[in-house]
Design a protein around this ligand. Structure first.
Ligand code: ADP
Ligand code: MG
Length: 434
């Protein structure tokens, strides 16, 4: 037996209440409640209970992945696409989610259904042409009703793309498309069909201002894999990061570049210049299994007033710590200087291995003396000024050697030296070396 009941729901977080409220007690949003008619099913449903299995007798599920024919996407997915998996691609508008998915649809030799809820077929065709898409087995469905999409998926596809979840709605629910209950219901229906028919489904989701996909992470719990596509509209570099993955590690990243022909792998792109200028130093960061050689830049200039500190791609508290250390250990008067730090290429440094390079760049700018561009700097600095080892040192050094670097400043020499290594154990020694 079903009966209709009126409830109010917060469009930001999905909190439900019997009466309208000005402020949501769960997420604090103002005037976010809308009235919805909720179908209330009787609790006395007759479902047969699941059989309990003896753990020893359960057969292991073999996961067979197939390649997306895109090495960057495969890497982030953990080796390829898993049949029956639900993958969420999140990112801010304009970052390139539709481009990435259309490229996937065109790259694999399989029957693909692209559900377009946002753009017209003509617009998508234009983009497909620009990307040079040739898949003869690619089908486009301009549709926003989830029940109709499910019916179409049942006809047999190898892969389905939903662009985007915020435009899709279920006729069973009364709230507006994009609201938390709609997004949740549509995703649930898609999850069911994906598992039943063993079809991988990619769902595109826009990130709201607050950084979540349609409310607080409602989707992240439901799907198998969550990938975030990051990048600034003003820069070409895009990074695809796994946030959750039931079928692989979340430490790998994919690097792309947005070009006229769409997204291409930026694997062979260099994030440094070989010109020796004051304030520039080279380091190697490690993103998952991938070493990236990077240039860090610093500008130290005399301050008029309160000294400014500013960072792009680096952690501001960490910069403050490094400056305090340099002031204390080396008597450098940074309290009278503005310090700006920038990591090139739009990459963010999330590990302390780059500390030494940051110090080298700051000191080089302060003294207005360039550092030889044949050298890479690797090492974490501690609060007391000693320099600590970094994980994956040999792998980082190998990459630097491959790219033509000749010398490395490291905390401890590795067994094998792909390039000439100099040991530096304290900040003072680094400055002496320079
Ligand atoms: N003709 C073009 N040449 C080069 N880049 C383009 C062209 N048209 C669109 N783009 C790029 O594609 C981006 C839009 O990508 P899109 O896949 O629609 O993003 P999303 O689906 O994440 O909103 C734009 O920000 C722009 O950088
Ligand atoms: Mg789009």
């Amino acid at each position: 037996m079903a009966k209709k009941k009126t409830v109010f729901e917060c469009c930001e977080c999905g909190y439900k209440s019997a009466k309208w409220m000005g402020k949501c007690p769960a997420c604090g949003s103002w005037e976010s409640f809308i009235e919805i008619k909720e179908e209330k099913t009787s609790t006395k449903t007759s479902s047969t209970p699941s059989k309990v299995l003896k753990f020893d007798e359960i057969e292991k599920e073999e996961i067979e992945k197939f390649s997306s024919n895109d090495s960057e996407l495969d890497l982030v997915l953990g080796g390829g696409i898993v049949p029956g998996s639900l993958v969420l691609i999140g990112g801010s508008p304009g970052v390139g989610k539709s481009t990435l998915m259309l490229k996937l649809a065109g790259n694999i030799n399989k029957k693909v259904l692209y559900v377009a809820g946002e753009e017209s077929p003509g617009q998508i065709k234009l983009r497909a042409q620009r990307l040079g898409i040739k898949n003869k087995n690619l089908f486009l469905m301009p549709e926003i009703v989830v029940e109709n999409i499910i019916e179409e998926i049942k006809k047999g596809y190898d892969l389905v793309i939903i662009d985007s979840i915020q435009t899709i709605y279920s006729q069973e629910i009364q709230s507006a498309p994009g609201s938390v209950s709609q997004v949740r219901e549509a995703t649930f229906e898609l999850m069911r069909i994906a598992k039943e028919n063993k079809i991988p489904i990619f769902i595109i989701g826009h990130i709201t201002k607050e950084g979540s996909i349609a409310g607080p992470r409602v989707l992240e719990h439901m799907v198998d894999t969550v990938l975030y596509f990051e990048g600034e509209a003003s820069r070409e570099l895009r990074i695809l990061r796994a946030f959750k993955n039931r079928f692989g590690s979340t430490s790998e990243i994919g690097i792309f570049e947005m070009t006229k022909q769409g997204l291409v792998s930026a694997k062979n792109k260099n994030f440094f210049s070989k010109k020796a200028l004051p304030g520039s130093a080279i380091t190697v960061i490690l993103e998952g299994s991938r070493p990236i050689v990077l240039e860090v830049q610093a500008l130290v200039s005399e301050s008029y007033g309160v000294p400014k500190r500013s960072v792009t791609g680096f952690d501001l508290p960490r910069l403050n710590m490094i400056l305090a250390l340099l002031e204390k250990k080396l008597n450098l008067p940074f309290n009278q200087y503005d310090v700006f730090v920038n990591v090139t290429g739009g990459i963010k440094i999330n590990e302390p291995a780059a500390d030494l390079a940051i110090i080298a760049a700051i000191t080089s700018s302060f003294r207005n003396r360039p550092i030889s561009k044949e050298t890479v700097f690797l090492g974490e600095v501690s609060l007391v000024g000693d320099i600590r080892d970094v994980p994956g040192l040999e792998q980082r050094l190998k990459e630097a050697a491959n790219l033509g670097f000749k010398k490395a400043i490291v905390p401890t020499k590795p067994l094998e030296e792909p390039l000439k290594c100099y040991e530096v154990k304290e900040v003072e020694k680094l400055i002496e070396w320079m």
